[in-house]
Design a protein around this ligand. Structure first.
Ligand code: B12
Length: 397
């Protein structure tokens, strides 16, 4: 940290001649904490984003996220409500692309895919302490008491709108913020402060005529440029949804078992994106293309141990196993039949249902026998229905 340097340069913070110096010092301080881009914007409400989000809630495009309410949207787009007397927002981005890509392309055992942001440690636990320490330096730089409130993802703050207006990056048509250096492989955070700072100018960049993300999203979740239908997004199904994944979605999910990166992988500016420098985001070796069958046998205790500091804990063990069933069905490797039959006989209806679907996709004589046998004892109506559908699909093949 450069605290000594910052102390020496202390100023009042309000003299127009020294303003530039303060902004520069704040940005340098942010960079010294490992943030890759630091921008500043005013606390003016994000009117465009508020209006668009309320409209999307009304159209059902944010369905499935019960905590995402209109009240939250209003707060998220009114920084002046989040910190009374707010004068500025300091917006940061940190790259998470890993330096090494050890994804296994060819494999005899079925493997899944995990979104890149989730292959390292949980970013909330990394960015929040960094941002807090950064915010503690701001009064030191300003030379007077300054109030700050920090946000990383889970607070009621529109992270992307702040990053766009602070010039940290531009909105891609897939709605991700794309930075000049690290592409959209960045996580965002904000400090709202009552220190008045000179705002940056938004970048004069956009995606032009490119619509690659819209074309390549397998579920057509990008229903218009800058508009995601949450109820079609693979990321929503594999991370946030607690119940049954709709039947018509399952075959589109491929082997994603936590999150999805397709709309970022195909985005041209991401081709030359720099890798991040935060060691906590280095991908954990077993998470770039994890073997799926061992995940089906995982106990609650080993899930807790393995994913304690990982974003993957958000899916819970049952959600992860549900996703693994879907991925195994889509991969279609008969090696997965015995473990899926074990799940078909488990105590959890949600898992029995998805195992029934996966077995129906893989097919075969043993599978058919197992589905018929399960049907004869199944007590849960929705699982019985899935067993019927799977058997029907198999007989049509
Ligand atoms: C809810 C949420 C989700 C939901 C819903 C996604 C969504 N539509 O926003 C789900 C679970 C699906 C999700 C998925 C992902 N998420 Co998320 N998510 C959030 C969260 C908590 C809120 C986002 C929000 O308010 N959405 C509301 C919708 C309406 O906003 P929007 O889609 O961004 O649309 C904006 C534009 O349309 C803009 N707009 C309107 N009109 C116009 C016109 C023009 C011309 C332009 C340019 C813009 C524009 O206004 C809208 C509101 O700002 C934020 C954290 C936060 N507190 O902000 C993280 C956040 C957006 N997620 C993040 C990440 C990393 C992801 C994933 C990449 C994870 C993954 N790999 O699986 C995917 C990406 C999927 C995608 N393409 O969006 C990062 C994004 C970083 C970045 N570079 O942008 C954030 C910022 C978390 C963080 N602090 O880093 N996420």
């Amino acid at each position: 940290m450069q605290s000594a340097k910052i102390m020496v340069g202390t100023t009042t913070g309000f003299d127009p001649l020294t303003m530039h110096t303060i902004e520069k010092k704040i940005k340098d301080c942010g960079l010294s904490f490992g943030f890759n881009t630091v921008g500043i914007t005013s606390p003016e409400p994000f009117y465009r984003d508020e209006k668009a989000t309320i409209e999307r809630l009304d159209r059902g495009l944010m369905d499935g996220l019960p905590w995402y309410t209109k009240d939250r949207v209003r707060k998220a787009n009114h920084p002046e409500v989040l910190l009374p007397d707010a004068k500025s927002i300091i917006s940061v981005a940190v790259g998470y692309l890993s330096t090494e890509n050890d994804e296994i392309q060819e494999s005899t055992v079925p493997r899944g895919k995990i979104a890149r942001y989730a292959r390292g440690l949980d970013y909330h636990n990394i960015l929040k302490p960094k941002l807090r320490k950064f915010s503690e330096q701001i009064p030191v730089i300003a030379g007077k008491p300054v109030r700050c409130r920090i946000f990383v993802d889970d607070g009621p703050m529109n992270d992307r709108a702040a990053a766009e207006r602070a010039g940290v990056g531009w909105f891609g048509k897939n709605t991700n913020i794309i930075t000049q250096s690290h592409g959209s492989w960045v996580l965002l955070g904000q400090i709202i402060t009552d220190l008045r700072l000179k705002p940056d100018i938004p970048l004069k960049k956009n995606c032009g005529s490119c619509v690659q993300c819209i074309i390549d999203c397998p579920t057509n979740a990008i229903v218009a440029p800058y508009t995601i239908d949450n109820t079609k997004c693979i990321s929503f199904y594999t991370i946030e949804l607690r119940g049954v994944v709709p039947r018509d979605m399952r075959h589109l999910i491929g082997n994603w078992v936590f999150g999805c990166d397709i709309c970022q992988e195909v985005c041209p500016p991401n081709i030359k994106a720099l890798a991040g420098s935060e060691p906590a985001f280095e991908q954990r070796q077993d998470l770039s293309s994890p073997e799926l069958i061992p995940l089906l046998y995982m106990s609650e205790e080993s899930f807790r141990n393995r994913f304690r500091n990982s974003p993957i804990k958000r899916a819970k063990l049952i959600g992860l196993k549900r996703n693994v069933c879907i991925a195994l069905g889509n991969i279609g490797n008969p090696i997965a039949v015995p473990p899926l039959i074990t799940i078909l006989n488990s105590s959890e209806p949600l898992l029995r249902l998805h195992a029934a679907w996966a077995l129906g996709k893989i097919g075969g004589v043993i599978t058919r026998k197992a589905l018929l046998s399960a049907l004869s004892t199944e007590q849960d109506d929705s699982v019985s229905e899935e067993l019927h559908l799977s058997l029907k699909d198999m007989s049509e093949c």
